[in-house]
Write a new protein. Structure first.
Length: 502
């Protein structure tokens, strides 16, 4: 049944409980592919980084990438998983043009890591535990480009181009157990989980995990069950969602779509679906196969992987400070409340602030600019903070210019505006725009004299002992100097000229 009208989100949650499963594929940052020596470098000419092994030519034999196995174990350990004493690869058989071997080398019933969990923090500070079913090793497919159609998909295209450079690149697929009990917050949990997982992967250094480049992508499995029942409903799988916001939107849309189908007496079809960034909707892809349809069988050309306990413990010793612990430490170092730290986290400002502090800025100043002016600009442009065209080093330099008295906050904001506009670094923008504070005694003295002469009644009040009235004269000086005067020095000079003690 085709549904054109969605039920409201509140109406969907009034009748049904969502059940989610998230499958995240992480492209490892190894120099070579998972089972051959071909380069993984981006940007090469199509089909220039291939060999008989990753093309599946007769007689070519695969060899496992040791760094890929190490990365899988470290990811498993960071996710509190058990690491298998013995595991092996399997062939996942299916035909698709971007799969040159007509099977994918993956892991099936014997993954390298299993039974773990990841605690994620929601926007209000609540911690939700997501249980991990497995993390297993596999290889990526090639890339299909469908030409001639309006949507970029195969339907309506006149022909397709295939690039196998990506075929064989190492992947880790991380699969959650069914996520239940999240209720109306299910989409938020999905987003928070993928965000926390991305931070974890980046901290481990096994991948840059840039979702916009396909280095990390999420399949959102979702089903609904009537409230008060235990049996799971039929699920849909929204494939290759590649941003945190889109993960949340895909889950929310599917909740509303499933509820509309079920409430109208329809039946959910188990299928894959495509997510559309422009309106947050999903559309049908293909009927979803069950595991048995892939005809899994052990890969005969690869020996099993049997990591020794000594090696596993050695790798455990290489784990960095994990993101949640790091955030707690930073919160203590910065001396801020749980609420303030949660705001920093929600804004995606943790790493930019840390990098700005590392570049020499005080933590409170770094936090002030990233959470203030820069967060505002990011919201206006619908960007993540890290995507703004300004670096932590540049913000640190602006903080230094303020500290040395060359800029005040108003001028610093104008400097940031210039850097964001591509006018150069902070010093270059200050020079080009003439933004330095006027601290020259002669120029400042002239502005002070003009302010006093132009406001005799206010000057008389100050002479009469109403020192607070000097603020109006300082304002006149600031206006005359386009906000570039040293306000503290201007006030001091005004009081001196009027013969009043400060």
């Amino acid at each position: 049944m085709t549904v054109t009208e969605l039920v409201s989100y509140d109406e969907a949650l009034a009748s049904y409980d969502p059940v989610m499963g998230l499958e995240v594929h992480v492209e490892l940052g190894t120099r070579t592919k998972m089972f051959c020596g071909c380069s993984t470098e981006l940007g090469a000419e199509p089909n220039s980084q291939v060999c008989p092994t990753c093309l599946g030519l007769p007689g070519a034999l695969p060899v496992v990438n040791k760094v890929g196995v190490e990365s899988a174990i470290r990811i498993g350990l960071a996710l509190n998983c058990q690491i298998a004493d013995w595991c092996r690869f399997a062939r996942k058989n299916y035909f698709y043009p971007d799969m040159p071997k007509n099977f994918q080398t993956s892991q099936y019933d014997e993954p390298i890591a299993f039974d773990g969990y990841l605690d994620v923090q929601l926007e209000d500070g609540e911690v939700f535990r997501v249980e991990i079913e497995r993390a297993h090793m596999e290889e990526d497919t090639g890339k299909s480009t469908h030409v001639g159609g309006a949507t970029g998909r195969i339907h309506g295209a006149s022909h397709s181009l295939l690039d196998y450079n990506r075929a064989g690149i190492p992947l880790i697929e991380i699969v959650t157990k069914p996520i239940v009990g999240a209720g109306e917050r299910a989409p938020e949990v999905a987003k928070a989980y993928v965000a926390e997982l991305r931070e974890l992967i980046k901290a481990l250094g096994v991948s840059e995990a840039r979702m916009e480049m396909g280095q990390m992508r999420c399949d959102v499995n979702l089903s609904l069950r009537p409230k008060g029942t235990e049996k799971f409903g039929t699920r849909s799988e929204t494939k290759n969602v590649n941003s945190l916001r889109s993960v949340e939107r895909a889950a929310r849309f599917e909740i509303q779509r499933h509820a509309a189908v079920l409430s109208s007496g329809g039946t959910i079809i188990q299928e894959t679906r495509h997510f559309h960034e422009d309106d947050g909707s999903t559309t049908s892809g293909r009927a979803k196969e069950e595991a048995e349809d892939y005809r899994y069988f052990p890969e005969p050309d690869l020996v099993p992987v049997a990591p020794s306990r000594e090696w596993v413990e050695e790798l455990r010793g290489t784990l960095p400070e994990l993101p949640r612990l790091r955030r707690k430490r930073l919160q203590e170092e910065w001396g801020i409340s749980d609420h303030e730290m949660q705001s920093v986290l929600n804004a995606g400002a943790v790493d930019p602030i840390v990098a700005t502090v590392d570049a020499g800025a005080p933590a409170d100043q770094a936090r002030k600019w990233w959470m203030g002016e820069l967060a505002r600009r990011a919201n206006e442009d619908d960007l993540e903070l890290a995507a703004l065209p300004i670096t932590p080093e540049q913000i640190a330099r602006i903080c230094a210019l303020v500290a040395e008295g060359s800029l005040n906050d108003k001028l610093a904001r104008q400097t940031i505006e210039g850097v964001l506009a591509g006018e150069g670094g902070p010093d270059e923008v200050v020079e080009k725009r003439g933004l330095k504070i006027v601290s020259d005694e002669g120029a400042l003295g002239t502005a002070v004299d003009e302010a006093i002469a132009g406001n005799p009644d206010i000057a008389e009040k100050v002479r009469g002992g109403k020192v607070q009235a000097a603020g109006a004269l300082v304002g006149a000086v600031m206006k005359a100097t386009r906000g570039q005067a040293d306000a503290a020095r201007a006030r001091q000079m005004i009081l001196e000229k009027l013969g009043v003690e400060g």
